[in-house]
Design a protein around this ligand. Structure first.
Ligand code: SF4
Ligand code: SF4
Length: 366
């Protein structure tokens, strides 16, 4: 998800950087330097991810955890093993941990060990079992539609209200609405309920696992509808929705994130130069990892990857590519400001610098 923000991880950045503006001129615009100074304090973030449990209390259609062989890794539940792993991760320069799974709330003691070693991190959960308050990581609660859809696709009843009961008023919590091809209209109903309860909301886009044959996969048409819904909700609930117009462009483009920006995770990036290709690891529940499979959403089809967690690393890493003109750079700053507010405790999103959509560098807007 999160990565060092850098312009030259692949060696391509310098060549593709067609600068007509001086960077100092771009920063001279009112508000831009301030936002730049705000986000650059977090350039030190270097993430890795950890599967905390191979169990889940529900079973969702299209879950990428239960694809591939990571689901069969044994669970190492030994607290000392986890403590040693966290200490070793710190020693090799990791500064941010993403606890995922299957379902991390089923392993709260292990989550607590990670938190004690790392002040910064996040937990991806379905929100049905509350994570103890002393584990002060960001908590991302997955929402896949209204409760009828959750009952059908996730086999869980009254899901949204149970999630809200667990996390209402909790500064750790961000609800993550995943747009599939068939829940787009439902987001309005879900956002209204979340806003009524004062909850924060951001957006994800369903990214099909390798070999997926179900009907949740997006088409160009549903991507366009998703983009419109995102933009409408940004306007309707500015105090609740953590997103920006450029987030909408990047995640609903006809091209996936890898095509648009070049994915920097080891699975798509053979480089072991400094950067995500070298530092990122995705540990399974047995505490092993496999460089060839390592990314924040393993077993996702790269051609269909529009995942919010992937974008947090893939888009933010391309700073120089966005520094060719003020509009594109402001859009990139909004993207980074958004992702920091979603992933970092006590980081608060500012108003978006740009209220209109910008095309990704060297691409059309859709
Ligand atoms: S809640 Fe998450 S881990 Fe569990 S089945 Fe659903 S998508 Fe997979
Ligand atoms: S699935 Fe996404 S994040 Fe993972 S390697 Fe492919 S493009 Fe990168």
């Amino acid at each position: 998800m999160m990565s060092r923000i850098s312009g030259n991880q692949t060696g391509k950045e310098t060549n593709s950087f067609r600068k007509e503006w001086k960077f100092s001129e771009i920063l001279a615009e009112r508000g831009v330097r301030e936002r730049w100074e705000k986000v650059r304090k977090y350039f030190f973030l270097r993430e890795s991810t950890y599967d905390m449990s191979n169990r889940c209390n529900i079973r969702c259609e299209g879950c990428y955890y239960y694809e591939g062989d990571k689901q069969f890794a044994a669970e190492n539940k030994n607290p000392d093993s986890w403590r040693r792993l966290m200490q070793a991760e710190k020693a090799r320069g990791i500064t941010y941990v993403v606890l995922a799974g299957a379902e991390p709330s089923l392993a709260p003691d292990l989550c607590r060990i990670c938190f004690k070693e790392f002040p910064l991190g996040s937990i991806a959960t379905n929100g049905l079992k509350a994570i103890p308050a002393d584990i002060n990581f960001k908590i991302h609660i997955s929402v896949w539609g209204n409760d009828d859809t959750s009952a059908r696709v996730r086999s869980a009843k009254n899901m949204l209200i149970r999630q809200i009961e667990n996390y209402r008023g909790d500064p750790r919590a961000v609800f993550v609405y995943t747009f599939t091809s068939n829940n787009i209209d439902q987001v309005h109903e879900v956002a209204a309920i979340l806003a009524e309860h004062g909850c924060k909301l951001t957006f994800n886009v369903f990214s099909a696992p390798v070999g997926y044959r179900g009907d949740l996969r997006h088409t160009p048409e549903t991507l366009g509808e998703t983009r419109k819904a995102m933009m409408d909700l940004l306007t309707a609930y500015p105090g609740n929705v953590l997103f920006s117009p450029y987030n909408a462009v990047a995640h609903t483009h006809r091209k996936g994130l890898h095509d648009l920006y070049g994915c920097s995770y080891p699975r798509r990036n053979a480089s072991t130069d400094i950067g995500l290709g070298r530092s990122f690891r995705q540990y399974r529940t047995d505490l092993n990892w496999d460089r060839a499979a390592a990314c924040c959403v393993p077993d996702t089809d790269c051609d269909d990857c529009r995942h919010y967690a992937a974008g947090s690393a893939v888009v933010t890493a391309r700073m120089f590519r966005h520094a060719g003109d003020p509009q594109t750079f402001k859009s990139w700053l909004d993207y980074v400001d958004t992702y920091l507010s979603v992933w970092v405790m006590d980081y608060h999103k500012g108003a978006n610098l740009s209220d209109r959509m910008a095309a990704p560098p060297e691409n059309e807007i859709f």
